[in-house]
Design a protein around this ligand. Sequence first.
Ligand code: ZN
Length: 384
Amino acid sequence: MSRSTDSGALEIPDLSPAQALDRLRAGAHLVDVREAHERALGMAEGAIGIDRNTLVADPYGHLPDAGAEVLLICQGGTRSRLAAQALAAQGYRSLASVLGGTTAWEAAGLPMVRTDIDDDFAERYSRHLRLPEVGLDGQRRLQQARVLLVGAGGLGSPAAFYLAAAGVGTLRLVDDDVVDRSNLQRQILHADARIGMSKVASAAIALEALNPRTRLEAIHERITSGNVERMLDAVDVVIDGADNFPIRYLLNDACVKLGKPLVYGAVHRFEGQLSVFDAGRHRGHAPCYRCLFPEPPPPEAAPNCSEAGVLGVLPGVVGLLQATEAIKLILGIGEPLAGRLLQFDALAMRFRETRLAPDPDCAVCAAGRPFPGYMDYQQFCAGR
Ligand SMILES: [Zn+2]
Protein backbone atom coordinates (compact mmCIF):
# COMPACT_ATOMS: atom_id res chain seq x y z
CA MET A 1 0.00 0.00 0.00
CA SER A 2 1.16 3.54 -0.70
CA ARG A 3 1.35 6.06 2.13
CA SER A 4 2.09 9.76 2.14
CA THR A 5 5.41 10.72 3.68
CA ASP A 6 6.09 13.99 5.48
CA SER A 7 7.27 15.55 2.23
CA GLY A 8 3.97 14.69 0.61
CA ALA A 9 5.49 12.24 -1.86
CA LEU A 10 3.92 8.82 -1.84
CA GLU A 11 6.03 6.08 -0.36
CA ILE A 12 6.44 3.18 -2.75
CA PRO A 13 7.54 -0.25 -1.59
CA ASP A 14 10.68 -1.68 -3.19
CA LEU A 15 10.90 -5.28 -4.33
CA SER A 16 14.09 -7.15 -5.07
CA PRO A 17 14.29 -8.44 -8.65
CA ALA A 18 13.63 -12.00 -7.44
CA GLN A 19 10.53 -10.87 -5.51
CA ALA A 20 9.36 -8.94 -8.56
CA LEU A 21 9.75 -12.04 -10.72
CA ASP A 22 7.60 -14.02 -8.26
CA ARG A 23 4.90 -11.34 -8.35
CA LEU A 24 5.09 -11.21 -12.15
CA ARG A 25 4.55 -14.96 -12.33
CA ALA A 26 1.60 -14.56 -9.97
CA GLY A 27 -0.06 -12.17 -12.41
CA ALA A 28 1.32 -8.70 -11.63
CA HIS A 29 2.09 -6.31 -14.47
CA LEU A 30 5.76 -5.39 -14.85
CA VAL A 31 6.29 -2.12 -16.72
CA ASP A 32 9.71 -1.07 -17.97
CA VAL A 33 9.59 2.75 -17.99
CA ARG A 34 12.93 3.35 -19.73
CA GLU A 35 13.16 4.99 -23.15
CA ALA A 36 12.75 2.76 -26.19
CA HIS A 37 16.43 2.87 -27.11
CA GLU A 38 17.36 1.72 -23.59
CA ARG A 39 14.84 -1.10 -23.65
CA ALA A 40 16.14 -2.09 -27.05
CA LEU A 41 19.32 -3.32 -25.36
CA GLY A 42 17.44 -5.85 -23.28
CA MET A 43 14.45 -6.03 -20.92
CA ALA A 44 13.34 -8.14 -17.98
CA GLU A 45 11.42 -11.02 -19.51
CA GLY A 46 7.68 -10.48 -19.24
CA ALA A 47 7.95 -6.70 -18.88
CA ILE A 48 5.97 -4.39 -21.10
CA GLY A 49 7.83 -1.31 -22.31
CA ILE A 50 6.17 2.07 -21.86
CA ASP A 51 8.49 5.03 -21.31
CA ARG A 52 7.84 7.02 -18.15
CA ASN A 53 6.49 10.19 -19.77
CA THR A 54 4.10 8.26 -21.96
CA LEU A 55 2.89 6.15 -19.05
CA VAL A 56 2.42 9.05 -16.65
CA ALA A 57 0.63 11.15 -19.27
CA ASP A 58 -2.06 8.51 -19.80
CA PRO A 59 -1.78 5.61 -17.34
CA TYR A 60 -5.36 4.42 -17.82
CA GLY A 61 -4.76 4.11 -21.56
CA HIS A 62 -2.16 1.44 -20.79
CA LEU A 63 -3.27 0.01 -17.43
CA PRO A 64 -7.04 0.42 -17.19
CA ASP A 65 -7.42 -1.31 -13.79
CA ALA A 66 -6.27 0.93 -10.93
CA GLY A 67 -6.56 -2.01 -8.56
CA ALA A 68 -4.20 -4.30 -10.48
CA GLU A 69 -0.75 -4.96 -9.09
CA VAL A 70 1.75 -2.88 -11.08
CA LEU A 71 5.52 -3.23 -10.69
CA LEU A 72 7.75 -0.64 -12.27
CA ILE A 73 11.30 -1.15 -13.40
CA CYS A 74 13.87 1.16 -15.00
CA GLN A 75 17.67 1.00 -15.28
CA GLY A 76 18.71 1.62 -11.66
CA GLY A 77 15.50 2.08 -9.67
CA THR A 78 15.03 5.87 -9.60
CA ARG A 79 12.76 6.53 -12.53
CA SER A 80 10.59 3.54 -11.65
CA ARG A 81 10.00 4.96 -8.16
CA LEU A 82 9.10 8.37 -9.60
CA ALA A 83 6.75 6.73 -12.08
CA ALA A 84 5.13 4.72 -9.29
CA GLN A 85 4.61 7.89 -7.24
CA ALA A 86 2.95 9.52 -10.24
CA LEU A 87 0.66 6.51 -10.69
CA ALA A 88 -0.20 6.48 -6.99
CA ALA A 89 -1.22 10.12 -7.29
CA GLN A 90 -3.53 9.11 -10.13
CA GLY A 91 -5.31 6.48 -8.07
CA TYR A 92 -3.37 3.23 -8.54
CA ARG A 93 -3.46 1.27 -5.31
CA SER A 94 -0.98 -1.61 -5.62
CA LEU A 95 2.39 -0.39 -6.78
CA ALA A 96 6.00 -1.38 -6.26
CA SER A 97 9.35 -0.40 -7.72
CA VAL A 98 12.11 -2.90 -8.55
CA LEU A 99 15.18 -2.14 -6.45
CA GLY A 100 18.29 -1.68 -8.58
CA GLY A 101 16.26 -1.87 -11.79
CA THR A 102 17.21 -3.81 -14.89
CA THR A 103 20.89 -3.65 -13.90
CA ALA A 104 20.14 -5.61 -10.70
CA TRP A 105 17.71 -7.93 -12.52
CA GLU A 106 20.38 -8.84 -15.04
CA ALA A 107 23.10 -9.17 -12.36
CA ALA A 108 20.86 -11.60 -10.48
CA GLY A 109 20.78 -13.81 -13.56
CA LEU A 110 17.02 -13.46 -14.01
CA PRO A 111 15.55 -14.02 -17.48
CA MET A 112 16.03 -11.21 -19.99
CA VAL A 113 14.65 -10.62 -23.44
CA ARG A 114 17.52 -9.54 -25.61
CA THR A 115 17.61 -7.99 -28.98
CA ASP A 116 20.56 -8.45 -31.24
CA ILE A 117 21.32 -4.76 -31.51
CA ASP A 118 24.51 -3.19 -30.24
CA ASP A 119 25.27 0.03 -28.38
CA ASP A 120 26.21 1.92 -31.55
CA PHE A 121 22.87 1.04 -33.13
CA ALA A 122 20.90 1.96 -30.01
CA GLU A 123 22.68 5.29 -29.61
CA ARG A 124 22.92 6.28 -33.27
CA TYR A 125 19.24 5.69 -33.96
CA SER A 126 17.89 6.63 -30.52
CA ARG A 127 15.73 9.43 -31.94
CA HIS A 128 14.15 6.97 -34.36
CA LEU A 129 13.76 4.28 -31.72
CA ARG A 130 11.69 6.55 -29.55
CA LEU A 131 9.25 7.31 -32.38
CA PRO A 132 6.52 4.68 -32.18
CA GLU A 133 6.08 4.89 -35.98
CA VAL A 134 9.71 3.80 -36.47
CA GLY A 135 10.87 2.02 -33.33
CA LEU A 136 13.06 -1.04 -33.34
CA ASP A 137 11.04 -2.84 -36.01
CA GLY A 138 11.18 0.15 -38.34
CA GLN A 139 14.86 0.74 -37.74
CA ARG A 140 15.52 -2.91 -38.57
CA ARG A 141 13.47 -2.50 -41.73
CA LEU A 142 15.64 0.46 -42.70
CA GLN A 143 18.74 -1.57 -41.98
CA GLN A 144 17.55 -4.39 -44.19
CA ALA A 145 16.55 -2.04 -47.00
CA ARG A 146 18.46 -1.43 -50.20
CA VAL A 147 17.88 1.86 -52.04
CA LEU A 148 19.05 2.49 -55.59
CA LEU A 149 20.12 6.07 -56.08
CA VAL A 150 20.61 6.94 -59.72
CA GLY A 151 22.86 9.98 -59.85
CA ALA A 152 25.25 11.20 -57.14
CA GLY A 153 24.62 14.83 -58.03
CA GLY A 154 22.37 17.64 -56.83
CA LEU A 155 19.35 15.50 -55.93
CA GLY A 156 21.35 12.44 -54.96
CA SER A 157 23.59 14.34 -52.54
CA PRO A 158 21.06 15.28 -49.85
CA ALA A 159 19.08 12.10 -50.43
CA ALA A 160 22.15 9.91 -49.94
CA PHE A 161 23.33 11.79 -46.86
CA TYR A 162 19.98 11.50 -45.11
CA LEU A 163 19.31 7.92 -46.15
CA ALA A 164 22.71 6.89 -44.80
CA ALA A 165 22.18 8.90 -41.63
CA ALA A 166 18.74 7.36 -41.17
CA GLY A 167 20.25 3.90 -41.23
CA VAL A 168 19.33 2.54 -44.66
CA GLY A 169 21.45 -0.60 -44.71
CA THR A 170 22.54 -0.58 -48.33
CA LEU A 171 22.80 2.31 -50.73
CA ARG A 172 23.50 1.45 -54.34
CA LEU A 173 24.88 4.55 -56.05
CA VAL A 174 25.06 4.62 -59.81
CA ASP A 175 26.77 7.47 -61.66
CA ASP A 176 29.31 7.50 -64.49
CA ASP A 177 30.43 11.10 -63.98
CA VAL A 178 33.43 12.66 -62.23
CA VAL A 179 33.40 15.57 -59.79
CA ASP A 180 33.71 18.96 -61.46
CA ARG A 181 34.24 22.31 -59.70
CA SER A 182 30.90 23.55 -61.07
CA ASN A 183 29.13 20.71 -59.19
CA LEU A 184 30.15 21.94 -55.74
CA GLN A 185 27.59 24.77 -55.65
CA ARG A 186 24.91 22.13 -54.89
CA GLN A 187 26.32 18.58 -54.92
CA ILE A 188 27.28 18.50 -51.26
CA LEU A 189 28.45 14.89 -51.26
CA HIS A 190 31.62 16.08 -52.99
CA ALA A 191 34.52 18.27 -51.90
CA ASP A 192 37.02 20.57 -53.51
CA ALA A 193 39.84 18.13 -52.83
CA ARG A 194 37.99 15.40 -54.77
CA ILE A 195 37.57 17.25 -58.09
CA GLY A 196 38.35 14.78 -60.84
CA MET A 197 37.44 11.73 -58.74
CA SER A 198 34.50 9.59 -59.81
CA LYS A 199 31.32 10.84 -58.14
CA VAL A 200 30.46 7.46 -56.68
CA ALA A 201 33.94 7.14 -55.09
CA SER A 202 33.70 10.68 -53.72
CA ALA A 203 30.20 9.96 -52.41
CA ALA A 204 31.39 6.77 -50.74
CA ILE A 205 34.03 8.74 -48.82
CA ALA A 206 31.45 11.25 -47.56
CA LEU A 207 28.84 8.65 -46.63
CA GLU A 208 31.30 6.28 -44.99
CA ALA A 209 32.44 9.16 -42.77
CA LEU A 210 28.84 9.89 -41.78
CA ASN A 211 27.63 6.35 -41.09
CA PRO A 212 30.05 3.44 -41.34
CA ARG A 213 27.13 1.04 -40.82
CA THR A 214 25.67 1.78 -44.25
CA ARG A 215 26.97 -0.53 -46.96
CA LEU A 216 27.74 1.34 -50.18
CA GLU A 217 27.56 -0.26 -53.57
CA ALA A 218 29.32 2.33 -55.71
CA ILE A 219 28.81 1.63 -59.40
CA HIS A 220 30.72 3.85 -61.81
CA GLU A 221 28.56 3.14 -64.86
CA ARG A 222 25.95 4.87 -66.96
CA ILE A 223 22.57 3.22 -66.50
CA THR A 224 21.29 1.76 -69.77
CA SER A 225 18.62 -0.61 -71.05
CA GLY A 226 21.30 -3.29 -70.96
CA ASN A 227 22.16 -2.97 -67.27
CA VAL A 228 19.04 -1.42 -65.70
CA GLU A 229 17.63 -4.70 -64.44
CA ARG A 230 20.94 -5.60 -62.83
CA MET A 231 20.92 -2.17 -61.13
CA LEU A 232 17.38 -2.73 -59.84
CA ASP A 233 18.06 -6.24 -58.59
CA ALA A 234 17.11 -6.71 -54.90
CA VAL A 235 16.30 -3.01 -54.52
CA ASP A 236 13.33 -1.85 -52.40
CA VAL A 237 13.05 1.74 -53.62
CA VAL A 238 14.52 3.62 -56.60
CA ILE A 239 15.36 7.31 -56.40
CA ASP A 240 15.74 9.14 -59.67
CA GLY A 241 18.43 11.72 -59.07
CA ALA A 242 19.64 11.78 -62.65
CA ASP A 243 17.41 14.59 -63.81
CA ASN A 244 17.54 13.78 -67.51
CA PHE A 245 14.80 12.50 -69.73
CA PRO A 246 16.28 9.33 -71.26
CA ILE A 247 17.17 7.93 -67.82
CA ARG A 248 13.83 9.05 -66.38
CA TYR A 249 11.87 7.09 -69.01
CA LEU A 250 14.19 4.11 -68.72
CA LEU A 251 13.83 3.98 -64.92
CA ASN A 252 10.09 4.39 -65.19
CA ASP A 253 9.71 1.50 -67.61
CA ALA A 254 12.01 -0.78 -65.62
CA CYS A 255 10.27 0.07 -62.33
CA VAL A 256 6.84 -0.69 -63.83
CA LYS A 257 8.13 -3.97 -65.26
CA LEU A 258 9.86 -5.08 -62.05
CA GLY A 259 7.30 -3.65 -59.60
CA LYS A 260 9.57 -1.18 -57.82
CA PRO A 261 8.46 2.19 -56.43
CA LEU A 262 10.19 5.10 -58.16
CA VAL A 263 10.72 8.38 -56.33
CA TYR A 264 10.94 10.96 -59.06
CA GLY A 265 12.43 14.43 -58.67
CA ALA A 266 13.38 17.20 -61.08
CA VAL A 267 14.69 20.74 -60.78
CA HIS A 268 14.82 23.67 -63.17
CA ARG A 269 16.18 27.13 -62.30
CA PHE A 270 14.05 28.04 -59.23
CA GLU A 271 11.44 25.31 -59.44
CA GLY A 272 11.31 21.68 -58.62
CA GLN A 273 8.83 18.84 -58.59
CA LEU A 274 8.54 15.35 -57.30
CA SER A 275 6.21 12.38 -57.14
CA VAL A 276 6.17 8.69 -56.35
CA PHE A 277 5.42 6.41 -59.29
CA ASP A 278 4.26 3.08 -58.02
CA ALA A 279 2.36 1.71 -61.01
CA GLY A 280 4.37 -1.52 -61.07
CA ARG A 281 2.92 -2.61 -57.72
CA HIS A 282 -0.49 -1.01 -58.22
CA ARG A 283 -1.44 -1.54 -61.86
CA GLY A 284 -4.37 0.61 -62.93
CA HIS A 285 -4.48 2.34 -59.55
CA ALA A 286 -1.26 4.36 -59.36
CA PRO A 287 0.14 6.34 -62.31
CA CYS A 288 3.59 6.01 -63.82
CA TYR A 289 5.75 8.76 -65.28
CA ARG A 290 4.42 8.04 -68.77
CA CYS A 291 0.83 8.57 -67.59
CA LEU A 292 1.92 12.11 -66.77
CA PHE A 293 4.23 12.66 -69.74
CA PRO A 294 3.57 10.11 -72.51
CA GLU A 295 6.27 11.81 -74.57
CA PRO A 296 9.25 13.93 -73.59
CA PRO A 297 9.23 17.65 -74.33
CA PRO A 298 11.33 18.79 -77.26
CA PRO A 299 14.95 19.22 -76.06
CA GLU A 300 14.89 23.01 -76.56
CA ALA A 301 11.93 23.26 -74.14
CA ALA A 302 13.67 21.28 -71.41
CA PRO A 303 17.24 22.44 -70.96
CA ASN A 304 19.25 20.73 -68.21
CA CYS A 305 20.99 22.45 -65.29
CA SER A 306 24.22 23.05 -67.16
CA GLU A 307 22.29 24.93 -69.83
CA ALA A 308 19.61 26.72 -67.81
CA GLY A 309 21.26 27.10 -64.42
CA VAL A 310 19.78 26.11 -61.08
CA LEU A 311 19.64 27.72 -57.67
CA GLY A 312 22.07 25.69 -55.56
CA VAL A 313 19.72 25.00 -52.66
CA LEU A 314 16.85 23.87 -54.88
CA PRO A 315 18.00 20.27 -55.49
CA GLY A 316 18.70 20.16 -51.75
CA VAL A 317 15.01 20.75 -51.02
CA VAL A 318 13.75 18.33 -53.66
CA GLY A 319 16.35 15.63 -52.88
CA LEU A 320 15.39 15.72 -49.20
CA LEU A 321 11.74 15.36 -50.07
CA GLN A 322 12.68 12.35 -52.20
CA ALA A 323 14.59 10.85 -49.27
CA THR A 324 11.55 11.45 -47.05
CA GLU A 325 9.33 9.53 -49.45
CA ALA A 326 11.86 6.70 -49.72
CA ILE A 327 11.99 6.32 -45.94
CA LYS A 328 8.19 6.35 -45.70
CA LEU A 329 7.95 3.68 -48.39
CA ILE A 330 10.46 1.47 -46.58
CA LEU A 331 8.69 1.90 -43.25
CA GLY A 332 5.20 1.70 -44.72
CA ILE A 333 4.10 4.80 -42.82
CA GLY A 334 2.18 7.91 -43.77
CA GLU A 335 0.66 8.70 -47.12
CA PRO A 336 3.06 8.26 -50.03
CA LEU A 337 3.18 10.87 -52.78
CA ALA A 338 1.81 8.34 -55.28
CA GLY A 339 -0.86 9.83 -57.53
CA ARG A 340 0.20 13.35 -56.61
CA LEU A 341 2.68 15.73 -58.19
CA LEU A 342 4.23 18.18 -55.74
CA GLN A 343 5.64 21.35 -57.29
CA PHE A 344 7.90 23.75 -55.43
CA ASP A 345 8.55 27.35 -56.38
CA ALA A 346 11.55 28.62 -54.40
CA LEU A 347 11.12 32.29 -55.32
CA ALA A 348 7.50 32.41 -54.22
CA MET A 349 8.23 29.83 -51.48
CA ARG A 350 5.13 27.89 -52.43
CA PHE A 351 4.25 24.23 -52.75
CA ARG A 352 1.45 23.19 -55.06
CA GLU A 353 -0.05 19.74 -55.38
CA THR A 354 -1.74 18.25 -58.43
CA ARG A 355 -3.64 14.97 -58.49
CA LEU A 356 -2.34 12.45 -61.00
CA ALA A 357 -4.61 9.72 -62.30
CA PRO A 358 -3.31 6.61 -64.04
CA ASP A 359 -3.83 6.64 -67.80
CA PRO A 360 -5.93 3.56 -68.68
CA ASP A 361 -4.24 3.56 -72.11
CA CYS A 362 -0.69 4.08 -70.84
CA ALA A 363 1.79 2.35 -73.15
CA VAL A 364 3.64 0.81 -70.21
CA CYS A 365 1.49 0.57 -67.09
CA ALA A 366 -2.08 0.02 -68.34
CA ALA A 367 -3.67 -2.86 -66.43
CA GLY A 368 -3.14 -6.16 -68.23
CA ARG A 369 -0.78 -4.71 -70.84
CA PRO A 370 2.33 -6.79 -71.44
CA PHE A 371 5.66 -4.98 -71.07
CA PRO A 372 6.44 -3.43 -74.48
CA GLY A 373 10.21 -3.77 -74.06
CA TYR A 374 12.90 -1.16 -73.61
CA MET A 375 13.38 1.39 -76.36
CA ASP A 376 16.16 3.63 -77.60
CA TYR A 377 15.68 6.32 -74.97
CA GLN A 378 18.27 8.73 -76.34
CA GLN A 379 16.51 8.76 -79.67
CA PHE A 380 13.05 8.87 -78.05
CA CYS A 381 14.04 12.01 -76.12
CA ALA A 382 16.12 13.75 -78.80
CA GLY A 383 14.74 12.84 -82.14
CA ARG A 384 11.19 14.09 -82.40
ZN1 ZN B 1 1.59 4.75 -66.93
